[in-house]
Design a protein around this ligand. Sequence first.
Ligand code: DGJ
Length: 335
Amino acid sequence: MKWSICAQGFALAAAFLLSASGMRAADTFKPGDLWPDDQGKHIQAHGGGVIHVGDTYYWFGEDRAQENGRGMRCVSCYASKDLLHWTHRGQVLKTDHLEDFGRSWILERPKVFYNAKTKKYVMYMHIDGPFPGHRGGYELARVGVAISDTVDGNYQYLKSFRPLDHESRDIGQFIDDDGTAYLIFEDRPNGFHIAKLSDDYLTVEKDMCLIPEHLEGGALVHYHGLYYVVGSHLTGWGANPNVYATAKSLSGPWSEFKDIAPPEKKTYGSQSSMLIKVTGTQTTSVIYVGDIWRPRTQWDSRYLWMPLQIGDGKLSLPEPAEWSLDVQTGVATVK
Ligand code: DGJ
Protein backbone atom coordinates (compact mmCIF):
# COMPACT_ATOMS: atom_id res chain seq x y z
CA MET A 1 0.00 0.00 0.00
CA LYS A 2 2.73 2.36 1.04
CA TRP A 3 4.57 1.54 -2.17
CA SER A 4 1.53 2.11 -4.35
CA ILE A 5 0.92 5.54 -2.79
CA CYS A 6 4.58 6.26 -3.28
CA ALA A 7 4.42 5.11 -6.94
CA GLN A 8 1.30 7.19 -7.55
CA GLY A 9 3.00 10.20 -6.02
CA PHE A 10 6.01 9.63 -8.23
CA ALA A 11 3.85 9.34 -11.35
CA LEU A 12 2.03 12.55 -10.45
CA ALA A 13 5.28 14.37 -9.81
CA ALA A 14 6.69 13.12 -13.13
CA ALA A 15 3.54 14.23 -14.98
CA PHE A 16 3.77 17.64 -13.30
CA LEU A 17 7.44 18.04 -14.20
CA LEU A 18 6.70 17.03 -17.79
CA SER A 19 3.89 19.51 -18.19
CA ALA A 20 6.02 22.23 -16.56
CA SER A 21 8.98 21.60 -18.86
CA GLY A 22 6.95 21.01 -22.04
CA MET A 23 6.31 18.03 -24.28
CA ARG A 24 8.10 14.74 -24.31
CA ALA A 25 9.95 13.49 -27.39
CA ALA A 26 8.11 10.69 -29.19
CA ASP A 27 9.72 7.40 -30.14
CA THR A 28 8.37 7.49 -33.69
CA PHE A 29 8.12 10.17 -36.38
CA LYS A 30 4.64 11.69 -36.29
CA PRO A 31 4.21 13.91 -39.36
CA GLY A 32 2.33 17.14 -38.63
CA ASP A 33 2.50 16.81 -34.83
CA LEU A 34 4.38 19.14 -32.52
CA TRP A 35 7.99 17.92 -32.47
CA PRO A 36 9.63 18.52 -29.08
CA ASP A 37 13.39 18.99 -28.69
CA ASP A 38 15.38 17.89 -25.62
CA GLN A 39 13.87 20.75 -23.63
CA GLY A 40 10.31 19.88 -24.56
CA LYS A 41 9.94 22.84 -26.92
CA HIS A 42 8.64 22.53 -30.47
CA ILE A 43 11.63 22.44 -32.84
CA GLN A 44 12.23 25.76 -34.55
CA ALA A 45 14.02 24.82 -37.76
CA HIS A 46 11.59 25.80 -40.48
CA GLY A 47 12.66 25.84 -44.13
CA GLY A 48 15.65 23.92 -42.87
CA GLY A 49 18.56 21.83 -43.95
CA VAL A 50 20.24 18.80 -42.38
CA ILE A 51 23.92 17.86 -42.61
CA HIS A 52 25.70 14.76 -41.39
CA VAL A 53 29.09 15.31 -39.74
CA GLY A 54 30.79 12.28 -38.17
CA ASP A 55 28.06 10.33 -36.41
CA THR A 56 25.83 13.34 -35.81
CA TYR A 57 23.14 15.02 -37.84
CA TYR A 58 22.68 18.79 -37.53
CA TRP A 59 19.42 20.47 -38.43
CA PHE A 60 19.45 24.22 -39.13
CA GLY A 61 16.40 26.30 -39.85
CA GLU A 62 14.38 29.43 -39.27
CA ASP A 63 13.72 29.90 -35.57
CA ARG A 64 10.39 31.68 -35.44
CA ALA A 65 9.72 31.28 -31.69
CA GLN A 66 7.43 33.98 -30.33
CA GLU A 67 9.86 34.87 -27.55
CA ASN A 68 12.54 35.90 -30.05
CA GLY A 69 11.14 39.38 -30.01
CA ARG A 70 9.88 41.57 -32.81
CA GLY A 71 12.26 42.28 -35.61
CA MET A 72 14.68 39.49 -34.70
CA ARG A 73 15.75 36.98 -37.34
CA CYS A 74 17.13 33.79 -35.83
CA VAL A 75 18.61 30.54 -37.07
CA SER A 76 18.62 27.58 -34.70
CA CYS A 77 20.81 24.49 -34.75
CA TYR A 78 19.80 21.06 -33.40
CA ALA A 79 21.89 17.89 -33.11
CA SER A 80 20.79 14.26 -33.29
CA LYS A 81 22.23 10.78 -33.75
CA ASP A 82 18.99 9.21 -34.96
CA LEU A 83 17.19 12.05 -36.83
CA LEU A 84 14.31 11.77 -34.34
CA HIS A 85 15.59 13.05 -30.98
CA TRP A 86 17.03 16.55 -31.31
CA THR A 87 19.10 18.54 -28.83
CA HIS A 88 18.88 22.28 -29.19
CA ARG A 89 22.43 23.59 -29.67
CA GLY A 90 21.31 27.18 -29.69
CA GLN A 91 20.52 30.12 -31.90
CA VAL A 92 23.60 30.23 -34.07
CA LEU A 93 22.65 33.45 -35.83
CA LYS A 94 20.48 36.09 -34.22
CA THR A 95 20.20 39.67 -35.37
CA ASP A 96 17.66 42.40 -35.98
CA HIS A 97 19.57 44.05 -38.81
CA LEU A 98 21.97 43.22 -41.60
CA GLU A 99 23.69 45.60 -44.00
CA ASP A 100 21.19 48.35 -44.86
CA PHE A 101 18.21 46.11 -45.60
CA GLY A 102 15.72 48.19 -43.60
CA ARG A 103 13.30 47.01 -40.97
CA SER A 104 11.28 44.55 -43.00
CA TRP A 105 14.18 42.44 -44.23
CA ILE A 106 13.73 38.69 -44.55
CA LEU A 107 15.95 35.73 -43.65
CA GLU A 108 14.62 32.36 -44.80
CA ARG A 109 15.72 28.80 -45.52
CA PRO A 110 19.21 28.76 -43.93
CA LYS A 111 21.47 25.86 -45.00
CA VAL A 112 24.89 24.98 -43.61
CA PHE A 113 27.71 23.24 -45.50
CA TYR A 114 30.90 21.93 -43.90
CA ASN A 115 34.01 22.71 -45.92
CA ALA A 116 36.61 20.01 -45.17
CA LYS A 117 39.42 22.03 -46.80
CA THR A 118 38.96 25.26 -44.86
CA LYS A 119 37.41 23.49 -41.83
CA LYS A 120 34.72 26.17 -41.76
CA TYR A 121 30.98 25.80 -41.53
CA VAL A 122 29.39 28.00 -44.19
CA MET A 123 25.79 29.10 -43.93
CA TYR A 124 23.75 30.21 -46.93
CA MET A 125 20.43 31.92 -46.39
CA HIS A 126 17.79 33.61 -48.49
CA ILE A 127 18.05 37.33 -47.83
CA ASP A 128 15.25 39.53 -49.02
CA GLY A 129 13.28 42.67 -48.45
CA PRO A 130 12.26 45.81 -50.29
CA PHE A 131 14.53 47.92 -52.45
CA PRO A 132 15.63 51.08 -50.61
CA GLY A 133 12.70 53.49 -50.38
CA HIS A 134 10.13 50.77 -51.08
CA ARG A 135 7.74 49.49 -48.42
CA GLY A 136 7.90 45.74 -48.41
CA GLY A 137 8.22 42.56 -50.38
CA TYR A 138 10.70 40.16 -51.79
CA GLU A 139 12.67 42.49 -54.08
CA LEU A 140 16.33 42.09 -53.12
CA ALA A 141 16.36 38.37 -54.02
CA ARG A 142 19.85 37.60 -52.68
CA VAL A 143 21.74 34.96 -50.77
CA GLY A 144 23.57 35.80 -47.55
CA VAL A 145 26.70 33.98 -46.36
CA ALA A 146 27.92 33.51 -42.79
CA ILE A 147 30.77 31.35 -41.43
CA SER A 148 31.78 29.66 -38.21
CA ASP A 149 34.67 27.53 -36.93
CA THR A 150 32.27 25.27 -35.07
CA VAL A 151 29.03 23.72 -36.20
CA ASP A 152 26.93 25.43 -33.54
CA GLY A 153 28.30 28.89 -34.08
CA ASN A 154 28.29 31.69 -33.60
CA TYR A 155 28.12 32.40 -37.32
CA GLN A 156 29.72 35.62 -38.54
CA TYR A 157 27.76 37.25 -41.33
CA LEU A 158 30.01 38.02 -44.30
CA LYS A 159 28.03 39.34 -47.25
CA SER A 160 25.07 39.01 -49.57
CA PHE A 161 24.91 38.78 -53.34
CA ARG A 162 22.85 37.54 -56.26
CA PRO A 163 24.32 34.17 -57.27
CA LEU A 164 25.81 34.35 -60.76
CA ASP A 165 23.97 37.70 -60.98
CA HIS A 166 20.57 36.02 -60.94
CA GLU A 167 17.63 36.67 -58.65
CA SER A 168 17.57 34.09 -55.87
CA ARG A 169 14.69 33.46 -53.49
CA ASP A 170 14.12 29.98 -52.03
CA ILE A 171 17.38 28.11 -51.71
CA GLY A 172 18.07 24.41 -51.27
CA GLN A 173 21.29 22.53 -50.60
CA PHE A 174 22.73 19.40 -52.11
CA ILE A 175 25.92 17.54 -51.22
CA ASP A 176 26.76 14.90 -53.79
CA ASP A 177 28.22 11.49 -52.93
CA ASP A 178 31.72 12.80 -53.75
CA GLY A 179 31.23 15.67 -51.27
CA THR A 180 30.73 18.42 -53.87
CA ALA A 181 28.43 21.15 -52.59
CA TYR A 182 25.64 22.70 -54.63
CA LEU A 183 23.13 25.46 -54.07
CA ILE A 184 19.71 25.18 -55.64
CA PHE A 185 18.04 28.54 -56.14
CA GLU A 186 14.84 29.91 -57.58
CA ASP A 187 15.38 32.64 -60.16
CA ARG A 188 11.96 34.15 -60.87
CA PRO A 189 12.54 35.34 -64.45
CA ASN A 190 14.34 32.18 -65.59
CA GLY A 191 13.63 29.10 -63.49
CA PHE A 192 15.45 26.83 -61.18
CA HIS A 193 19.28 26.63 -60.90
CA ILE A 194 21.54 23.90 -59.58
CA ALA A 195 24.90 25.61 -59.08
CA LYS A 196 28.27 24.50 -57.70
CA LEU A 197 29.85 26.39 -54.82
CA SER A 198 33.43 27.64 -55.05
CA ASP A 199 36.23 25.62 -53.37
CA ASP A 200 35.93 27.65 -50.16
CA TYR A 201 32.10 27.63 -50.45
CA LEU A 202 32.04 31.41 -50.06
CA THR A 203 30.55 32.04 -53.45
CA VAL A 204 28.49 30.34 -56.14
CA GLU A 205 30.85 29.42 -58.93
CA LYS A 206 29.19 27.55 -61.74
CA ASP A 207 25.72 26.80 -63.02
CA MET A 208 25.32 23.07 -63.56
CA CYS A 209 21.93 23.66 -65.13
CA LEU A 210 18.98 25.96 -65.34
CA ILE A 211 15.72 24.05 -65.35
CA PRO A 212 13.24 26.36 -67.05
CA GLU A 213 10.41 25.63 -64.60
CA HIS A 214 9.07 28.05 -62.01
CA LEU A 215 9.66 26.00 -58.89
CA GLU A 216 10.90 26.77 -55.38
CA GLY A 217 11.62 24.71 -52.23
CA GLY A 218 14.26 22.88 -54.28
CA ALA A 219 15.56 19.55 -52.97
CA LEU A 220 17.81 16.93 -54.56
CA VAL A 221 19.01 13.40 -53.95
CA HIS A 222 21.30 11.02 -55.82
CA TYR A 223 19.84 7.55 -55.54
CA HIS A 224 20.97 4.40 -57.34
CA GLY A 225 22.68 6.30 -60.15
CA LEU A 226 19.92 8.82 -60.80
CA TYR A 227 19.38 12.39 -59.59
CA TYR A 228 15.88 13.20 -58.38
CA VAL A 229 14.96 16.86 -57.96
CA VAL A 230 11.82 17.95 -56.10
CA GLY A 231 10.23 21.38 -56.15
CA SER A 232 7.11 23.24 -55.21
CA HIS A 233 5.07 25.60 -57.37
CA LEU A 234 5.07 29.30 -56.49
CA THR A 235 2.01 29.71 -54.25
CA GLY A 236 3.47 31.65 -51.31
CA TRP A 237 2.79 29.92 -47.99
CA GLY A 238 -0.10 27.90 -49.46
CA ALA A 239 0.50 24.22 -50.25
CA ASN A 240 0.45 22.94 -53.83
CA PRO A 241 1.23 19.65 -55.61
CA ASN A 242 5.02 19.39 -55.46
CA VAL A 243 6.70 17.75 -58.43
CA TYR A 244 9.85 15.80 -59.32
CA ALA A 245 12.08 15.12 -62.29
CA THR A 246 15.09 12.85 -62.86
CA ALA A 247 18.40 13.02 -64.71
CA LYS A 248 21.54 10.93 -65.02
CA SER A 249 23.69 14.01 -64.60
CA LEU A 250 23.11 17.26 -62.70
CA SER A 251 23.48 19.14 -65.97
CA GLY A 252 20.56 17.19 -67.40
CA PRO A 253 18.73 16.52 -69.58
CA TRP A 254 15.95 16.39 -66.96
CA SER A 255 12.79 14.38 -67.47
CA GLU A 256 9.36 15.96 -67.44
CA PHE A 257 8.06 16.93 -63.99
CA LYS A 258 5.47 14.68 -62.33
CA ASP A 259 3.50 14.96 -59.09
CA ILE A 260 5.06 13.42 -55.99
CA ALA A 261 1.61 12.66 -54.50
CA PRO A 262 -1.99 12.76 -55.75
CA PRO A 263 -2.35 16.42 -56.83
CA GLU A 264 -5.58 16.97 -54.87
CA LYS A 265 -3.65 16.24 -51.65
CA LYS A 266 -1.38 19.25 -52.25
CA THR A 267 1.64 17.37 -50.89
CA TYR A 268 -0.42 16.66 -47.75
CA GLY A 269 -0.29 20.35 -46.86
CA SER A 270 3.49 20.56 -47.00
CA GLN A 271 6.23 22.17 -49.08
CA SER A 272 9.54 20.53 -49.94
CA SER A 273 12.66 21.67 -48.13
CA MET A 274 15.16 18.85 -48.55
CA LEU A 275 15.73 15.15 -49.15
CA ILE A 276 17.88 13.20 -46.68
CA LYS A 277 19.57 10.01 -47.83
CA VAL A 278 20.23 7.52 -45.02
CA THR A 279 22.58 4.79 -46.14
CA GLY A 280 22.68 1.93 -43.65
CA THR A 281 24.03 -1.61 -43.46
CA GLN A 282 20.85 -3.09 -44.97
CA THR A 283 19.33 -0.47 -47.20
CA THR A 284 19.20 3.18 -48.21
CA SER A 285 16.16 5.27 -47.33
CA VAL A 286 15.36 8.71 -48.67
CA ILE A 287 13.39 10.99 -46.40
CA TYR A 288 11.24 13.82 -47.68
CA VAL A 289 11.60 16.85 -45.39
CA GLY A 290 8.72 19.28 -45.80
CA ASP A 291 7.29 22.28 -43.98
CA ILE A 292 3.63 22.55 -43.10
CA TRP A 293 3.48 26.34 -42.92
CA ARG A 294 1.18 28.21 -40.59
CA PRO A 295 1.70 31.73 -41.95
CA ARG A 296 -0.23 33.52 -39.19
CA THR A 297 1.41 31.53 -36.39
CA GLN A 298 4.74 30.71 -37.98
CA TRP A 299 6.23 29.44 -34.69
CA ASP A 300 3.64 26.68 -34.78
CA SER A 301 4.48 25.60 -38.35
CA ARG A 302 4.88 21.82 -38.47
CA TYR A 303 7.06 19.33 -40.31
CA LEU A 304 6.23 16.50 -42.62
CA TRP A 305 9.05 13.97 -42.73
CA MET A 306 8.26 10.72 -44.51
CA PRO A 307 10.34 8.00 -46.16
CA LEU A 308 9.83 8.19 -49.91
CA GLN A 309 9.01 5.37 -52.26
CA ILE A 310 11.83 5.85 -54.74
CA GLY A 311 13.61 3.93 -57.48
CA ASP A 312 13.74 3.21 -61.23
CA GLY A 313 13.04 6.85 -62.04
CA LYS A 314 9.91 7.05 -59.89
CA LEU A 315 9.39 8.91 -56.64
CA SER A 316 6.30 9.13 -54.50
CA LEU A 317 5.43 10.59 -51.13
CA PRO A 318 3.15 8.19 -49.26
CA GLU A 319 0.22 9.36 -47.20
CA PRO A 320 1.59 10.65 -43.87
CA ALA A 321 1.63 8.02 -41.11
CA GLU A 322 3.62 7.27 -38.01
CA TRP A 323 7.00 5.69 -38.84
CA SER A 324 10.35 4.77 -37.38
CA LEU A 325 13.90 4.74 -38.64
CA ASP A 326 17.01 2.75 -37.80
CA VAL A 327 19.89 4.93 -38.98
CA GLN A 328 22.35 2.01 -38.56
CA THR A 329 20.54 -0.32 -40.95
CA GLY A 330 18.86 2.43 -42.99
CA VAL A 331 15.48 0.69 -42.57
CA ALA A 332 12.44 2.98 -42.35
CA THR A 333 9.25 1.29 -41.12
CA VAL A 334 5.84 2.86 -41.70
CA LYS A 335 3.41 1.77 -38.97
C1 DGJ B 1 7.23 30.24 -50.31
C2 DGJ B 1 8.61 29.95 -49.89
O1 DGJ B 1 8.93 28.64 -50.17
C3 DGJ B 1 8.81 30.24 -48.43
O2 DGJ B 1 10.12 29.98 -48.07
C4 DGJ B 1 8.46 31.67 -48.26
O3 DGJ B 1 9.37 32.47 -48.97
C5 DGJ B 1 7.06 31.96 -48.73
N1 DGJ B 1 6.95 31.59 -50.12
C6 DGJ B 1 6.69 33.39 -48.59
O4 DGJ B 1 5.45 33.63 -49.17
